[in-house]
Design a protein. Sequence first.
Lengths: 286, 572
Amino acid sequence: MSAASLAAISRPFLFDSAVLNRMPEFPKLAGVTPASHLEVRPAPERVSSGVSQIDALTGGLPRGCLTEICGPQSSGRTSLFLAALAAATNRGEVCALVDAGDTFDPVSAAAAAVDLTRLLWVRCQEKQSYSNNYQHSNFTSKVNRADYSILDQVLRVTDLLLQSNGFGLILLDLGNISSRTARRIPMASWFRFRRAIEVTPTILMVLEQQPTAGSCSSLILQLKTSEPRSAKKTDIRESVPAQLPSHAKLLENFSIEIELSHTRLERKPSSNTRTLLRTHSAWAVS
Amino acid sequence: MSCFACIFVPDFPAESIIRMEPELRALPVAVLAGKAPLEKVFAINQNARALDVEPGMTKTQLDAWTNLVLRPRSELQEKSAHQALLDCAQSFSPSFEDSALDTVLIDLDGLEHLLGTPPQIARQIAHRTSVLGLEANVAAAFDPDTALLAARGFPGMTFISEGNEAKKLGELPVNVLFEGLLSPEQQKKTDTILETFDRWGIRNLRALAALPEIPLVERLGQEGFRLQQSAQGSHRRTLKLVQPSLTFEEYVELEFPIVLLEPLAFVLNRMLEQICNRLTARALAAQELKLCFELATEFRAEEESENSVAQKRSHNSNSPSVHAARSLTFNRTLKLPVPMLDARVFLKLLQLDLRAHPPGAPIMKIHLTIEPAQPRAAQGGLFLPPFPEPEKLELTLARIAGIVGESNVGAVELSDTYRPESFHMKHFAPKEQDPLNTPKHSSKTQTSSENFACLQSTAILLADGPATTSITNPQESEAPVTALRVFRPPLQAEVTMLEGAPVRLACPKKKNVCGQIIWAAGPWRSSGDWWEQEGWARDEWDIMLQNETGIALYRLVRDHFSARWTVEGSYD
């Protein structure tokens, strides 16, 4: 190799187009693609989550990615779940719900406008034989044995659903699984799930108490019930004065505070990361 | 002039057995008929004929051949093979004659433009019968009897051009006029005529064709005249057309009972492939699979006492049943959501089903029936949402059912009642989106489930709610609907009441659902089915508890009949 060629290579060639154009001339570098010429992975397609505030906050749910919705009980997680399900089924997509705690309420789903004919419901329940096998295991003495058997079913069923393809939205409801048990899901499982949906239009959404998928998730939303504000007509605590009997009160809605705690997707730098949302009950008054 | 093709399967009883056991094709096979221990050879294949095995030999005489494979005669397998032959004929032309169990005549009129010349068509017929598991002779000629005699007399594929019938058929022996499976009466008549020909010195069809016509008719009657015309290739007749029934079944009688699933899958695979080939030949698909096992009868004594009790308790057709003929059968039926035609998918579905519902005894005989249906026609679209393939989806559902249980996977359908938890699971079979009716993203259309939810909300409000109300359509509002997470089973609760309202809640089995009730709304009373034995009446409360993470909303229910409190679910 001549001195001129060597000098050309020794310079920071990433920014030298003259060198880049001459790269095929060097035999040893003929098969090397410069980093600036590498193909950029396109941004995933986004679809509506069914809630305009969520769409404004996140840009929509990304296809081919894992989304986590986290929060404690009564933080509005299931309401968001059902809104996303309604949006997906009304787009004509076939959806699946892997219900780890068997807590799905078909009446709430119907009230949320979910097309139940397009929803596959998989109810995971504790298997007695599985619990008996682990009865004397030291490993499971600290872990809820029932949750462990259910987790095993959830992982196997999710694998099967992801392999079958064709589902627009797959929901994993781990809301009733304790955080300690949910953290025992191997990271390899999350990687495997993410890899399975990467080049598909399937959205994988997980509902849980705390984030567990680590870097595998592309979007994490943290939910909590907002502190009730005083003198707000629609606030459930103060909608009716205290001296009135209980049957005069009505659960109309509750406020949810949503925080976008993590995203691997492109967003405008100046966008908000928090938003407030109100749900309404199926029997809401006008 | 019309051309005809004849498919003739030599050694048909042996071929019908080899069709289900292809590994026997290279071996000498003898089919036995009759009651033990007096069975005699009923049919043999070519390899057995080469070893000088002859029909009519007893089983004792067959002991001289060590490598001879013996099989009992199976009329059901012969029937299946015959049906396969008819399906093959149907796939070429709707005009065909069911001449005998081992012979089919096809009218090739009008097929030249579609399939080519008669020799080309004959070659295709031979290939298709081979795909169906039968090695047949195929002959094409310009009259049906000539084609029939040529198929019986010449092995492989034969074509006799017009005008060469007598010349080509002349070298064939006279017994080709009577080959094939005959009834005892037909066999007796045949023997008489052959004996007559033998006395006359008539050995081949050329000699028969050369006989004077009138003396032949005087001695053998019209039958003799017909035989002479057939030998000359001048007997013109029309085919007696048939319409084959839409019955697709395969039957296998096993030499040794099968106990394990793997060898059973091997046999089922062959049967499914044969049936799928027949369905393909008829341009049909499968809608339902019915599997019937005849189980080993030595287990019958143990099962009988269990079955007599089981039969009194349930009438499930899938449980082993005892027939009057003192045999044990096991039935399984698989209904497919859409017509399918993939033998591998069927095999996998049957395997998963048998793993979940094993027969419980060794299997002696297998009877597989498939209900045919028109194949589905799917019109794809460029902008349709993703949809799972029906075959893959069916397999996935079967595998998931094996993990969580059959009753825990499927689509949910709400029942037409206000009773709580009134829904049932049904098989998940979503309909593919019609490309002409794509869904509107603004969700303007109202589904039946949404109608039901609105009606339910109306009913609740009209029953007990506040006076001024109006129904909010969830689609028009952008806010999500407050969802309920149901506890199954509901949590038993101990509630402290004060002035008619709950003030304290304690759930023994769930420690975090305990505490002071800081807000309560209710009771909302509902009841129903009071005219039935299982009526229901309850009071519902919406309550708020303060816990370590904040507040939590629950639905508290008091049952009027048992006077018990339960926490039914949490609002989330």
